[in-house]
Design a protein around this ligand. Sequence first.
Ligand SMILES: [Zn+2]
Length: 367
Amino acid sequence: MHTGPAKSPSRRLRTIAVRFVRPSLLAAALVIAALYAAWGVVYWNETRTPRLACLMYHRFATRAEFRACHGDERLYTVDVERFESHLARLRELGYHFVRLAEAVAFVRGERDLPQPAVLITIDDGCRSVLTRAAPVLRRLGARATLFLTTDPDAYVFDEGGKEQTQLMPHDLQALAAEGTFDFGAHGVTHRPLRELSDVELAGELETSRAAIELAVGAPVEAMAVPGNWYDDRVLEFARKAGYGAVFVSDPGTNRAGDDATRVRRLNVSGDVTAATLADQLGPAAMARRRLTFALQRAVRDTLGPATAGALTWAAGVLLPRHDDRLAAAGVGLGAAIPGIIVLSLRMRARAKRRRDATMHQTGAIRP
Ligand SMILES: [Zn+2]
């Protein structure tokens, strides 16, 4: 058996570096460059005005109750004093609290909104909206939109005690009469709409709307998708059922002429302070959230939830959180370095090809 001359250890290391390390570094540089480029596009979109921010709340608790909340409960429960600080901060920053009809008309491109504009939305329809959030909204002269789940036995009313049970029809009548709230639908049972049969899906969309219209005495033209469990079929059914606007929980703000059947909202969890909320509404933070959300959604089904989680975590670490010059410079540099590497590698490859071609031609000419 023929064997070639033994390779020295340093040469072997060089071979490994050329074969594996360099392509991996190049791939990583390309991924990072693509990430920053995508961030740049979304960031540019987020800096455009006029725009509409929609915030999403669920339950309101006392400070003591909130301290007892753990895990996911903290995502959907806000201490009512903190809720007041959120609204006060938004008011200080000059935000205008808009009504549902104004928000929908703006997204459809039918009217302007005073800037900056915010729509406060509250999902499910727990009693704590009446007992805790409504007095705060009244005090600050703000308004909100309630997206109501109509079945009192829906699981969203199971936890949190008496204050988190469903609002009664006479509560809704009282809230409708005072003018602080607008109303939209949020399914009958709060089940994942995309998993339902055609008949069940149509039933959820139509029955919930009819029940709310009966309670508040006004037409209901908007809905929010429970749990953000939606797909194209769900949106198509919603349009067919006559909903002119569908609110989802994809993060980001909205611009005139955007798709009114996919209005973006930002969930405000209980751990968010007033200062953090103001920061989260900035274009840099919003673009980062939009991109990590899109990445998570795009890779979850193909690469599995663990890899998707790791990738979105890495993207979250790499992308800037604040709107400052340092962040912009970091993105510029981050995007430039992989670009320079790619360009220099391409130039080297082209030079090598040219050299090979010249050698080949000289060989062909030789008699
Ligand atoms: Zn909900």
